[in-house]
Design a binder for this molecule. Sequence first.
Ligand SMILES: Cc1cc2nc3c(=O)[nH]c(=O)nc-3n(C[C@H](O)[C@H](O)[C@H](O)COP(=O)(O)OP(=O)(O)OC[C@H]3O[C@@H](n4cnc5c(N)ncnc54)[C@H](O)[C@@H]3O)c2cc1C
Length: 390
Amino acid sequence: MRTQVGIVGAGPAGLTLAHLLHVMGIESVILEHRSRDYIEHRVRAGVLEHAIAELLVDAGAGDRLRREGIVHHGIELQFAGERHRIPLSELADGRTIVIYGQTEVVKDLVALRLDAGLPLLFEVSDVSVDALESERPIVRYTHDGEAQVLECDVIAGCDGFHGICRPSIPTTVLREFSREYDFGWLGILAAVAPSNDELVYAHHERGFALLSLRSPELSRLYIQCRPDEDLDGWPDERVWEELQIRLGLDGWTLAEGRVLEKGVTGMRSYVAEPMRHGRLFLAGDAAHIVPPTGAKGLNLALHDVQVLADALGAWYRTGSQALLDAYSTECLRRVWRAEHFSWWMTSMLHRADADGDFGLRLQLSQLRYVTTSHAAATSLAENYVGLERV
Ligand SMILES: Cc1cc2nc3c(=O)[nH]c(=O)nc-3n(C[C@H](O)[C@H](O)[C@H](O)COP(=O)(O)OP(=O)(O)OC[C@H]3O[C@@H](n4cnc5c(N)ncnc54)[C@H](O)[C@@H]3O)c2cc1C
């Protein structure tokens, strides 16, 4: 089989790239090792930056997003028993965030792809990439029990952090930068209307908590936990009890509901440089990971593929490789900005035992500064809704 762009992975990055290319008349084949049902129900991110929601709408992939996405104009920071609103839109030139689950983004893009009869293969195995430094890179894979070879002009490695594309780049070429955190998030999805109109990021001596949502009927809530926390020790009642303590305020109660999903997510900051090797281009989690506190993972993945789609479009139209050559540098500027912001939000809000009471006092001072200084709040707001230029 032959195509112009071979895409490994049908997460948000791979699916969006395929769609943007299709709009420009460029062919692609997506290879995904999970089933359709699995990827459509993998609960992950849910906050879209202003520009990313616009990207999906402008590309014709945002009909349901426009109808069902919930536009938020602010977030709240809670510490020392009080809540303080950061008016995002007021501080960031009217830009907003849109609450729309990653599962819904994936469902919309899969439906568009399959309805158009375009190639998206699920449950492929034994995927490997080869001849990356030639003009005919190939993807090998097995589908329906048969070994196949896909010849491409370029390969997009959109296969997430545990994929095979990044490890296919020689270690002499790739530089890795990372930071581990000694905590993670225990998250639940609950069938209950969100108890607050906006997201609440809560700093608490017992650890961080986040009140978020996926829809008017679905709440998404997190508490800081150990990275290897055993879920057996966390029956639903205990999760709600802890959430009530960390998010609780005088005169306000968190509404509880049936827990539909529960999981532990570790936290990591990670960047691989460069994001290109020969004709292989990495995008999204395949190249970088951020802790979820800044709500940047999904957004960064989509920024990457927007840059890649523009570069491929220019190459096919004019033969010029200039934008492809600039791809890695262009993406890494935004990646590192998001890495810093995500690390900063994480450090300000999580209990870090190693930092002791000194660290706690610094966090409270920083939170007071962010909620009382126009300049500091503006900095948080423009990073949160997504910077226009980096
Ligand atoms: C548990 C969890 C919770 C998260 N929560 C948040 C959050 O609250 N907020 C936030 O902003 N971000 C969150 N993130 C991050 C966000 O979901 C990711 O940044 C986003 O999914 C990146 O999209 P992607 O397409 O680059 O990668 P992925 O979504 O990981 O997609 C990669 C795809 O490639 C497929 N694949 C992997 N290996 C192969 C292979 N060998 N062959 C073929 N296909 C392959 C995978 O099955 C997957 O479908 C979370 C991530 C995780 C893991």
